[in-house]
Design a protein around this ligand. Structure first.
Ligand code: ADP
Length: 289
């Protein structure tokens, strides 16, 4: 079978899933580990290629079946690799059925609505995969760290988010949430690289330094997110993301496995009779043309 996943056995990436309600201390998670790929980057390249092909085929079936909706949420500190995942993991996948929604500082119109208003508009339609580059989780992360709303307001949001995601899954959306976990040293190196390479300067944002200074506060906010909003219907995965290739391997594996579990079926093929009839019509067209 073209879509079988021989690598599955070797890559138990589901172990990065956070159990609902589990107390999370991010210090217990090593962002640099590569435990399920002992062969290192070179060995993983082949698997990554294979997973990418599988994702391509699965996405085409998903689009053709026009039944399931898939939502991938990417969160992480600046430079954690959200853009890299979108570029690498989804490389070669038909852009017709994949959409990226990036959530920036809300516009005045967005701020005039509830925080989920702009988010719900971007959720996937049938047959579609949507990647959230940042998401509604910013409303309990940056909003909390910078006290943009009172604590009494953001504290209620975990439950609201769980209910919102429950609604989406009840209605046929599959949700996967990835926290790209890097450490401050890795971020420093990536920021320095952006400064050193002129062609990467555009990616450097002075504001990133201010957020970097709030690292501890952000980790506390992420720990609460992981603890309170990893649910059976919309699980969080803590992805070791210091090594870009390993980050991609974890996410690709989980995506492919999840899509395989949907048991996507292509629409029934035409019967021999239907094909004969269509052929007849086409040949008639030749004669009359
Ligand atoms: P990115 O860092 O994602 O590549 P930007 O540099 O434009 O893109 O950053 C987007 C910024 O928007 C981030 O600093 C993020 O925290 C902020 N942001 C996103 N959602 C919200 C929100 N709901 N409230 C306030 N700020 C937000």
């Amino acid at each position: 079978m073209g879509l079988a996943l021989p690598t599955e056995r070797h890559y138990p990436m589901h172990t990065y899933r956070i159990d609902p309600g589990k107390k999370v201390n991010l210090d217990d998670f090593d962002p640099a580990e590569t435990r399920y790929a002992p062969g290192g980057k070179e060995n993983a390249e082949q698997s990554l290629l294979q997973l990418n092909r599988q994702l391509e085929a699965l996405q085409e079936s998903l689009y053709a079946e026009h039944k399931h909706r898939v939502l991938v949420v990417l969160q992480g500190m600046d430079t954690s690799g959200k853009d890299g995942v979108i570029r690498r993991v989804f490389e070669g996948v038909n852009p017709q059925g994949v959409r990226v929604a990036s959530f920036k500082v809300p516009t005045p119109v967005e701020l005039d609505h509830d925080y989920l208003w702009r988010v719900h508009q971007q959720t996937p339609a049938r047959g579609e995969i949507v990647i959230f580059n940042r998401s509604h989780y910013e409303d309990v992360l940056v909003v909390r760290v910078h006290s943009l709303v009172p604590e009494a307001v953001w504290k209620k949001r975990y439950e609201q988010i769980n209910a919102f995601e429950r609604l989406l899954t009840d209605e046929g959306t599959t949700i996967l949430k990835f926290f790209l976990h890097i450490d401050p040293q890795e971020q420093k190196e990536r920021l320095l690289e952006r400064l050193e390479k002129p062609e990467k300067n555009w990616k450097f944002n002075a504001g990133d330094l201010k957020e970097r200074a709030l690292w501890k506060e952000y980790m506390k906010a992420y720990e609460d997110v992981l603890e309170k909003t990893s649910t059976p219907w919309a699980p969080w995965y803590v992805v070791p993301a210091n090594k870009k290739w390993y980050r991609d391997l974890v996410i690709s594996t989980l995506l492919v496995e999840t899509l395989q579990n949907l048991e996507i079926r292509l629409p029934a093929p035409f019967s021999a009779q239907e094909i004969a009839e269509f052929r007849r019509q086409l040949s008639q067209e030749d004669r009359s043309g």
